[in-house]
Ligand binder design. Structure first.
Ligand SMILES: C[S@@+](CC[C@H](N)C(=O)[O-])C[C@H]1O[C@@H](n2cnc3c(N)ncnc32)[C@H](O)[C@@H]1O
Length: 267
């Protein structure tokens, strides 16, 4: 049964990602560099989209022309330029108004930007999106119920036949992160501060909204099946350590049993 996300977690995610956005947004999105030139930062988007989106569209036999793509956790729209070369309409939703405001200022691609509540796709209409993408977002989400809720919400907003791809976490990025993850809460918090002040990681705010929870592929599939998705698959995440990430992909059937969706929402 899906747990209802705690509102406290929602506000924590917004608070922490706003803090990261205001202090050094580009470093928080791509920690491989502490100081980014904004044009260089955006120039990384096309290679990422080519590596993560094209194989999934091919796999699911999707022609994106004329279609709407929704990116959950869009940050400042790093992927939008390349998405706009494939899809016709872009919607980006993010829990951080700091990220969204920066995206509106610096990203030149026409898009609908939405500050989300961090747990749902409220503000996006039922049956209105062709493809949902989320990259380097759920790996930071600290709550199982939040991910479960997003998966149900994807079933709501997708058009019949619409597709999705979510990058998720099955383990830690590094051995060091694994050690931190295993610490009790107090130890994790201290370690987060130390790593931040040592300039090793942009872990401002709560360490748990950076570490995220581990969601094994079998659990991701178990959360998705009751929503009624078809063509569910787990694919490798080639952008991160093999033991860390994976993709959950799937499709909303042409005729989705509304009863199933309602049931899933009741839990
Ligand atoms: C590492 S950045 C990735 C941004 C973008 N996907 C990209 O690849 O450029 C993570 C983004 O996820 C957003 N985020 C974190 N938790 C979220 C949540 N629960 N709901 C929506 N967005 C969230 C953060 O505000 C941040 O903009």
């Amino acid at each position: 049964m899906t747990q209802v996300p705690e509102p406290r977690k929602e506000s924590k995610m917004r608070l922490d990602w706003n803090e990261r956005a205001l202090s050094n947004a580009l470093y928080a999105i791509d920690a491989s560099r502490r100081k980014w030139d904004i044009d260089e930062f955006y120039s990384k988007g096309p290679d990422i989209v080519e590596a993560i989106v094209d194989p999934v569209l091919n796999f699911l036999d999707v022609d994106p022309k004329g279609c709407t793509v929704l990116e959950i956790g869009c940050g400042i729209g790093r992927l939008f330029a390349a998405l706009s070369q494939r899809f016709s309409y872009i919607i980006g939703i993010d829990v951080s108004d700091g990220m969204i405001n920066m995206g509106k200022e610096f990203c030149p691609i026409p898009a609908k930007w939405i500050v989300g509540d961090g747990i749902s796709l409220s503000g996006i209409e039922k049956d209105s999106v062709d493809h949902v993408l989320s990259y380097e977002v759920f790996q930071h989400v600290p709550d199982h119920g939040v991910i479960a809720n997003y998966i149900q919400e994807i079933g709501r907003v997708l058009l019949p036949g619409g597709t999705f791809q979510l990058q998720l976490r099955k383990g830690s990025d590094t051995k060091r992160q694994e050690l931190v993850r295993r610490l009790p809460r107090l130890g994790r918090t201290v370690a987060g501060h130390v790593l931040h002040f040592a300039g090793i990681l942009p872990v401002r705010g709560d360490v748990d909204t950076w570490l995220g929870i581990v969601l094994p592929p079998s659990e991701a599939l178990a959360l998705s099946r009751p929503v009624g998705f078809i063509d569910l698959q787990i694919l490798p995440d080639r952008m991160h350590a093999p033991e860390m990430g994976y993709w959950l992909i799937g499709r909303k059937p042409q005729i989705l049993n509304d009863k199933r969706i309602e049931l899933a929402h009741e839990h």
